[in-house]
Write a protein that binds this ligand. Structure first.
Ligand code: HEC
Length: 124
């Protein structure tokens, strides 16, 4: 009888320990929460910064891969207008996924580029 009681206490203790273990796991991994600030979506201020970081290496005027130039406004506007810019960065079917052989642009970078387009694709 005494042994049965101590076994059930042991059972209770280990259940409690398990519950705490999972609680802690939840605190350690609260889910990635990234703040996306698209208040600046201008060509000069933000879009060039993103393209410079991820695209200029293959799409500058000197060596424009696939004849796509992303280091000038008119070059970017061309692919923005013909749908290839969004097609490539959103990895849509029918377009080459960009940046080539590199991780996709962040959700925030892509949202910034699309906001710039939705607001007239202007050169400022
Ligand atoms: C490592 C080199 C490399 C990088 C970096 C790169 N590209 Fe490209 N890109 C290419 C090559 C090569 C082609 C032509 C062959 C093809 O279409 O796959 C191309 C083609 C394209 C095209 C035409 C796609 C189509 O379907 O016709 C677009 C638009 C484009 N790139 C946009 C971008 C953008 C935007 C970035 C940055 C986010 C980027 N690229 C980064 C190499 C690159």
């Amino acid at each position: 009888m005494k042994r049965i009681v101590s076994y059930s206490i042991l059972g209770l203790v280990s259940m409690t320990v398990t519950a705490c273990y999972y609680d802690n796991q939840e605190e350690l991994h609260p889910g990635a929460f990234e703040v996306c600030d698209t208040t600046d979506y201008t060509y000069a201020g933000k879009v060039t910064e993103i393209l410079q970081r991820s695209c200029y290496s293959c799409h500058s005027q000197n060596s424009p891969s696939g004849n796509v130039i992303l280091s000038t406004y008119s070059g970017v506007k061309t692919v923005a207008d013909n749908g290839k810019l969004v097609g490539s960065i959103d990895h849509l079917t029918g377009y080459s996924s960009m940046p080539q052989n590199l991780p996709q642009l962040s959700e925030c970078d892509r949202a910034t580029i699309k906001k710039w387009m939705q607001n007239g694709t202007t050169n400022n």
